[in-house]
Structure formats: C-alpha cells, structure tokens
Design a protein around this ligand. Structure first.
Ligand code: RTP
Ligand code: MG
Length: 142
C-alpha cells in the first residue's frame, strides 16, 4: 500500500462547535498523521479559488459564504491510502446519508455545514495541499 498525503479542512461549523480535537482524534485513531496544520479565516478570494471546480454549481454561493463565515483548520494528513481513508472517516457529503460512526454522521447537521473537507483524488490532493502549504511547512514522518 502506498503512503499518501491528503488535504483536510475542519470547516467553520465544527470549529465553532469546539470539535477540532474530536476530529483530530479520529484522524489519529485511524492511523493518519497530521504533518502540517494552520488555522485561518478564508477570504472570499481564497474560498472561490479553492472551490473553483464547483463555480458553475447552484450551491457555489452558499458554499463560499459558509466557508468564509468563520475560521477553519487546514491540515495535511499522511498515511497508507490517506485519501481514501480520510474520505471513509468523513462519511457521505450529506450527513443524513453518512454511515454511523463517520464524522459527518456523528457531528454534522446539514449538507452545507458538513464539518470537514477532504481531497477526493491524488491530483486534487496535490493541488489542494499546494494551495495552503509550502513543502518546507510539511513535516513528514513517513
Ligand atoms: P468536500 O469537497 O467539502 O470534501 O465535500 P465532498 O467532496 O463530499 O462534496 P463536493 O461534491 O466536493 O461538494 C463540496 C461541498 O459543497 C457542498 N454541497 N452542497 N446543496 C448541495 O447539493 C451540495 N452539494 C455539495 C457541501 O458542503 C460539500 O461538502
Ligand atoms: Mg469535494
């Protein structure tokens, strides 16, 4: 199995509910290492750039509005099959459809405020990590 890196965001709703530690615990319990992390309040420009792939979607305005509504934690997770494993821990996009035991099922309320983001493929993981972190800010232990 390959050691991968993926970009994770604890979204404003979960930061607001004081759930950063609870979410980090779930990453670490699953064998994912936090190898870079930063708290920031995304500007509108940053949120639009990060979610550019969704520009034409009907939910784009709501997504950008929500992602700029408060501070977020962004982190790079590293581990065996980190991209797939993180998506598994997160659960389905809509918390109502997420499996029991996943972050979105257990902690989130709505599809808009769904607690976490995770890269969905190796190419997007590479681009999304580079969006937030320089190479020398990532402290790999793999
Ligand atoms: P994310 O990118 O945040 O990890 O979430 P995802 O891959 O599970 O979902 P994606 O399709 O990439 O959508 C990005 C975010 O947009 C919001 N969304 N709303 N109202 C809707 O139908 C709808 N669809 C997506 C969600 O907050 C989703 O996380
Ligand atoms: Mg996505």
């Amino acid at each position: 199995m390959a050691v991968e890196r993926t970009l994770s965001i604890v979204k404003p709703d979960a930061v607001g509910r004081n759930q950063i530690g609870e979410i980090y615990r779930r990453f670490e319990s699953a064998g994912l290492r936090i190898v870079a992390a930063r708290m920031l309040h995304l500007s509108r420009e940053q949120a639009e750039g990060f979610y550019a792939v969704h520009r034409e979607r009907p939910f784009f305005e709501a997504l950008v509005g929500f992602m700029t509504s408060g501070p977020v934690m962004v982190q790079v997770l590293e581990g065996e099959e980190a991209i797939r494993k993180n998506r598994e821990i997160m659960g389905a996009t809509n918390p109502a459809e997420a499996a029991a035991g996943t972050i979105r099922h257990d902690l989130a309320e709505t599809i808009d405020a769904n607690a976490v983001h995770g890269s969905d493929a190796p190419e997007t993981a590479r681009d999304e990590i580079a969006f937030f972190f320089r190479d020398d800010e990532i402290h790999s232990r793999g």
